[in-house]
Design a protein around this ligand. Structure first.
Ligand code: ADP
Length: 766
């Protein structure tokens, strides 16, 4: 096969196929210009055109081409038409890496093979192309006539490919395929693929168009429905709604600002489209503003004597509590600068809620109550912004709506149970509600307008002040309601609970006659609480059972006598044993605890066994109590001679302290002297009387420090049958507050240090 030498034009990113012409313009300085000159001077205008796609692999096939219409422009540039003639094999490139020399090549011709059934193939292609190009406007008619007159498949494919295929890589593939038959097959396949792609595109277009049409249709239908509805009078419904709202707004007694806001919102409502989702938000908002008791105030009963009388009637005892409340009201009456807020603190069932209700009744104020137990998020108090879906005001505003006046007695229950985690601090938002300096302009997120809360009488309740955060606690006027003694409970039952329960059931107060012993038995054996809630439940149960029995048996009776013996029948088996303390034992001592259920005895057990002097503590003890135990043991170790303890016992044994009822968490320093005595009792085998209890913190030097909650503890101790309590000298002043019943039945012994305790114990034992 003949080989010859040709200058080379290297095309980047474009492909010239035979039968096609390429128009190029060369810069005067470009070396490619030399290539053109070389072709014109030495190669009879022939030139090799190659398309480079990958500079690492130089192509093996190029196009033999001829330069036509060589034109030198005035700026010195050269413009040429290069017509592709046929494919040639490239044997090698010359000057490939020489930048300044023009690129040349050695090429050889490719032998043409005869194509079988050439005409049939061409006709088939023409048919497919024609059906395909129907949809493609950018194929020129001249190309179609050119194609129809071509008889050689070799040329045919090269003529049509650049018009039908616009992917450069694909065209390169056509260039590199030397067999015309293969190119024909490729072309058919590509046409089929293009047709399919085109169909898919068309389907997508159609679908999009359809969807757009549907939206349009929906919009038009909605508009029509709106018009129809207007025709049918729905619009006039809104009009009459607007009219009614306008009347309500006009007759609403409220601050000027609120009236302006209402007018504004009403016009938004009036002019807004009924279709817009906002319209309901506006309507709800107007309703909220209208429903608040803006300028509604009830008139207070200012006669504090009658208030006090009412409290005395409704609540037994609680002398100091009632006194403090009356004083608070008196101060509030003469000065509005009193920034503190009443907080009733005490165990459940001691009457905090019912007392607050009675204050409201006595003062003739409306009463509302919310519980903030478990509230995590401040928006529960301050409301959600209207932009939230389903937004509503917070609990304060919601309660005010219920209160129906702007000066109700507002009870906020269980403020110590408010959750205050790291992220949100509802307690501080509560402060903005309670503080008279801020609450004149209380702003709920939903309501947006200020609401004056300064006339509200807030009363709070809590079980445990320790759980209330400092800034809030500082604002509170804490009034403690401790538990009741048995005899107080007895009085509450006969004078308050029984009459109330009977009345609730529509029965005569004399209908049931229960003697005191029976009520005491209920208190002792069916309840264990500081308050009277469980007692109330048990009495309620008793009455219910009796009434049911009478009604079902059709008994005609005016009065029922209840005594000890029938209790089990109505209330079931006794739940608690009273005063059946275990025998006095070595290593067992009664401490006293103060839990949310009031005061109680706290038995402490100590055992020891061979070991290395370790201290073992069980029974859910808190850190402070664990420290007390360690102090107790170390105090005894350093004073072993004084207490005649065998030192070997201390260092060769492990000491185990257990505080039973392990499920209840116990903490606080006040068990110090009880722990010390329990260890001493175990080591020295001293039996401690089970009617003795101790409470007091101990130091490493053996000093006994004051404790809190003496009243509750003493009441609890009395309930448990304790006869003697050892207390710190520093708690002497608290003895005055104790109920007579406690003082008359329990002997209190004051101690300064543990030596005193030891002396007392020896005395008691003698
Ligand atoms: P708390 O709010 O402290 O948990 P409640 O106010 O709910 O307790 O009181 C529970 C029940 O006990 C109520 O029916 C209440 O009337 C009654 N009660 C509590 N203390 C007294 C009391 N001192 N005098 C009369 N009834 C009382």
């Amino acid at each position: 096969m003949k080989k010859y030498n040709l200058p080379v034009i290297l095309l980047k990113g474009i492909v010239l196929l035979p039968q096609n012409t390429l128009k190029l313009e060369f810069d005067a300085k470009n070396t490619d210009n030399n290539v053109i000159d070389m072709s014109l001077l030495f190669h009879d205008n022939y030139i090799l055109v190659v398309s480079e796609y990958d500079s690492h692999n130089m192509p093996k096939i190029g196009v033999l081409a001829k330069i036509e219409n060589n034109l030198v422009l005035p700026n010195g540039n050269t413009r040429v038409d290069i017509k592709g003639l046929r494919r040639v094999n490239i044997i090698e490139f010359l000057n490939l890496n020489k930048i300044k020399e023009p690129l040349e090549s050695i090429v050889s011709e490719i032998a043409l093979v005869k194509v079988e059934n050439e005409e049939i193939i061409i006709n088939k292609l023409i048919k497919e192309i024609k059906s395909y190009v129907k949809n493609i406007p950018y194929i020129s008619n001249s190309m179609i006539s050119l194609m129809e007159n071509e008889k050689s498949l070799d040329k045919f494919t090269d003529i049509v490919v650049p018009s039908l295929i616009n992917n450069k890589e694909k065209i390169l593939e056509y260039l590199n395929t030397t067999s015309p038959i293969k190119r024909g097959e490729m072309l058919l396949k590509d046409i089929y693929q293009e047709k399919e792609r085109f169909q898919i595109e068309r389907n997508i277009d159609l679908k999009i168009k359809q969807e757009m049409d549907e939206n349009q249709r929906e919009f038009l239908i909605k508009e029509k429905i709106k018009l129809l509805k207007e025709e049918l009078g729905e619009q006039s419904n809104k009009e009459s709604d607007v009219e009614k709202l306008r009347q309500r707004i006009n007759s609403l007694k409220c601050p000027k600002k609120i009236k302006e806001r209402l007018d504004f919102e009403l016009s938004r409502y009036e002019n807004g489209s009924s279709m817009s989702p906002e319209i309901n938000v506006i309507r709800d908002y107007i309703e909220w503003l209208l429903s608040l008791p803006w300028n509604i105030f009830t008139k207070d009963n200012e006669d504090l004597k009658s208030v006090r009388a009412y409290l005395d009637k409704s609540h037994y005892g609680l002398e100091e509590v009632k006194q403090r409340i009356i004083e608070y009201l008196a101060v509030k009456k003469i000065s509005n600068n009193n920034r503190s807020i009443i907080c009733l603190v005490g165990p459940p069932g001691v009457g905090k809620t019912s007392l607050a209700f009675s204050i409201a009744k006595a003062m003739k104020r409306n009463f509302v109550k919310i519980s903030v137990s478990g509230i995590k998020d401040e928006s529960e108090i301050l409301g959600h912004r209207k932009t939230y879906v389903g937004a509503s005001p917070g609990r304060i505003i919601t309660a005010l709506k219920k209160a129906k006046s702007s000066n109700p007695l507002f009870l906020i229950d269980e403020i110590d149970k408010m959750s205050n985690d790291y992220y949100s601090d509802p307690a501080s938002s509560l402060l903005s509600v309670l503080d008279p300096e801020q609450n004149k302009y209380f702003s709920d997120n939903y309501i947006e307008e200020d609401y004056d809360l300064s006339n509200v009488l807030f009363v709070l309740t809590a079980n445990n002040i320790e759980n209330i955060k400092e800034p809030l606690r500082d604002r509170l006027e804490i009034i403690n309601i401790t538990g009741y003694t048995e005899f107080e409970k007895l009085d509450i039952a006969t004078k308050h609970l029984l009459p109330k329960l009977l009345k609730e059931k529509g029965l005569n107060e004399e209908f049931i006659n229960i003697d005191n012993d029976t009520i005491l038995k209920i208190i002792r054996n069916y309840t264990k609480e500081a308050g009277v809630r469980e007692l109330e439940r048990q009495l309620d149960k008793l009455i219910r059972k009796i009434v049911t029995q009478i009604v079902t048996n059709n008994i005609k009776i005016n009065k029922v006598n209840i005594d000890n013996k029938v209790l089990e029948k109505y209330l079931g088996k006794e739940k608690y044993k009273f005063n059946t303390r275990t025998k006095s034992q070595v290593g067992v001592v009664n401490g006293l605890a103060y839990t949310i259920y009031g005061g109680d005895t706290l038995p402490i057990e100590v055992n020891y066994f061979k070991g290395k002097g370790d201290l073992i503590l069980t029974g859910s003890l808190g850190d402070v109590m664990k420290e007390s135990a360690a102090i107790a043991l170390n105090y005894l170790k350093s004073n072993y001679q004084l207490y005649k303890i065998n030192y070997e016992d201390l260092i060769n044994n492990d000491i185990h302290i257990h505080v039973p009822e392990g499920a209840i968490k116990k903490d606080g320093p006040s068990a110090g002297i009880a722990l010390t005595l329990a260890i001493l009792s175990a080591l020295n085998k001293i039996k401690i009387p089970n009617t003795l209890a101790l409470t007091g913190e101990i130091t490493l030097r053996g000093h006994v420090l004051a404790i809190g909650g003496l009243k509750e503890k003493a009441i609890g101790a009395l309930r448990s049958g304790i006869k003697t309590i050892i207390i710190p000298q520093d708690n002497r002043k608290d003895l005055e507050d104790l109920p007579d019943e406690v003082r008359n039945n329990i002997k209190f012994i004051l101690v300064k240090n543990f030596k005193d305790v030891y002396r007392v114990v020896q005395g008691v034992r003698k």
